[in-house]
Design a binder for this molecule. Sequence first.
Ligand SMILES: Cc1cc2nc3c(=O)[nH]c(=O)nc-3n(C[C@H](O)[C@H](O)[C@H](O)COP(=O)(O)OP(=O)(O)OC[C@H]3O[C@@H](n4cnc5c(N)ncnc54)[C@H](O)[C@@H]3O)c2cc1C
Length: 567
Amino acid sequence: MAEKKGGLGSKMLTKRDFMKVSGLTVGAAILAVGGASTSLATTGSVSVKKWDYEADVIVIGTGPAGLSCAAAAAESGASVIAIDANNKIGGKGILSGGNLGIGGGTRMQKDLGYVETADIIYEDRTVPNLRTDATMKVDTVDNRKVTMGMWRKISGAEDGEGMARAFADNSLDTWNWLDKMGCAFIKANVSKMSQVYRGSRYFTTTAQTLVDRDNGKPGDLTSGGAGIIWPLYDKAEEGGVEFMLSCKMTKIIREDNGGRVVGIEATYNGKTIYMKGKKAVFLGTGSWNGNDNLKQLFLPWLTRYPHITGEPYVKNDGKGIEAAIAIGASLSTDRGSDWHGWHRHPGSLWHRSGAPFGISGFEDGFLDSESIYVNAEGNRFMNEEIGEDNPAWVGGSKPFYFAQICATQTTDKDGPVVWIIMDETSRMKQKLEFKPGENVETFMYGKGNTLEELASAIKVPGANLAASVKRYNELVAKGKDEDFGKQEITAQIIKPPFHAIKWGIQKHNTLGGVTINPKARVLDWNRKPIPGLYAAGESAGAMDLIGLARPIVFGRIAGLTIAKEEK
Ligand SMILES: Cc1cc2nc3c(=O)[nH]c(=O)nc-3n(C[C@H](O)[C@H](O)[C@H](O)COP(=O)(O)OP(=O)(O)OC[C@H]3O[C@@H](n4cnc5c(N)ncnc54)[C@H](O)[C@@H]3O)c2cc1C
């Protein structure tokens, strides 16, 4: 059926939504319930007189966590409504690289001769510095200098609520489930880093697939993440899950006196609606990345970065976490998130188009030894090597220091303003082609035949920029960076034209959120499960593991558990 391949789903969903709202049909998974004159549920300020929709489970968010919960619950016979505040399926997951840290003895690992068991995964997540290949010493891994084990030490490396054990024990089944539903896994990478931060030593990569598969044409945005999201979506659809997009949960409804969570309030088509979860409500609303309160709590200096990573594909304003706290959920700290989950992309389109990296070829930094970074005032302000091959680089948190130092500089609406300045000799040496509007956003690139011209192109004070370059050239001649201590200063910035490329710095992942237990049940401040409320993914805390693995493993656990709940 043509419509079934729903792409971003707008066509299909619009039609379905019409059917629901007009009452022309009542799907197996949905009953439009109305007419009751007494309150059906009350909690605090919410008094529900009429449920507009009901299903066994209301899934909030259609990222990897929500889709995994929806697909698993539906597969086990539960009726499911999955909503998303966005008008697209997939959350941040559909923008992701699709590098999946789930293993435990998969067929691909076996084919490649890698040995990984649930116990190895558990050990890697919990025992600091146990393994000789993951010690605190600085090592060269994947061509980078890293301090293995450091992140786990910082984050405590304990097993919280038993989450690491549950993750390890459910990994293989989850991977096999994804494999069977058609995720196009293409290879397994051996990575010592991966054990620390992604959950499996041999994580799988997924073949790139069109993000907008409905309307996609050659050259459109593709991602590995889409290669996981679309099979999950198809599986959910096949199980009868009803999707409602542009539908934002505003409140979670819990019966008074510490009773069950019975449903949610949401806004949909400009109206306030009430949706009943007969068995449960699942929270899969993703990161706190766009929530100033939670930023202040978890990582105050991140308030200097106003963007929400993944916009416009996600609406991660952290309000889902707030809604759960409002009905008694406890919050788990964001251990490790400050260290982890940072990426930086020169000239990236990330915040304009939602493209993860946006441009081809510039995912990594340029030669730091031949360029300087200047701020909005045109002044050099840091050792450009920091965050690149600094020993503190811990499994992917490369730009952590970089991002933190940048946060001390002048910001614009996107965050700290940082320009990479290089000359023509360096550009040619690195074989870089800057094509504004094509491979680099026009507002993120500037060029000038003189430094004054360049300064005017990027709107920084010309005298300061010229002074910064002059000083740097003197330091190169001396062979010593007396100002910031950069180790390698190999080339002066002298040959026109001069180039400036703006850094785009993103926080890809966050870890803190509502506390969950190994069954993905949300815990209150007495560490007791809140009846009827489940969560997974970035909206949930309680485990230091970034990326897709945590949402998918615990989203699936939630779906399987909810399906067995009494109504
Ligand atoms: C560019 C990029 C690349 C990445 N690459 C990788 C990678 O290669 N490997 C890896 O493991 N991880 C990667 N990640 C991280 C990974 O994508 C995330 O960890 C994962 O998507 C989180 O899943 P989630 O379901 O918890 O949240 P999300 O994917 O953020 O989904 C949450 C959904 O909830 C919706 N929502 C929010 N609030 C509400 C509300 N109130 N009502 C209704 N809906 C709501 C949002 O719109 C969104 O669709 C990457 C991230 C980015 C940004």
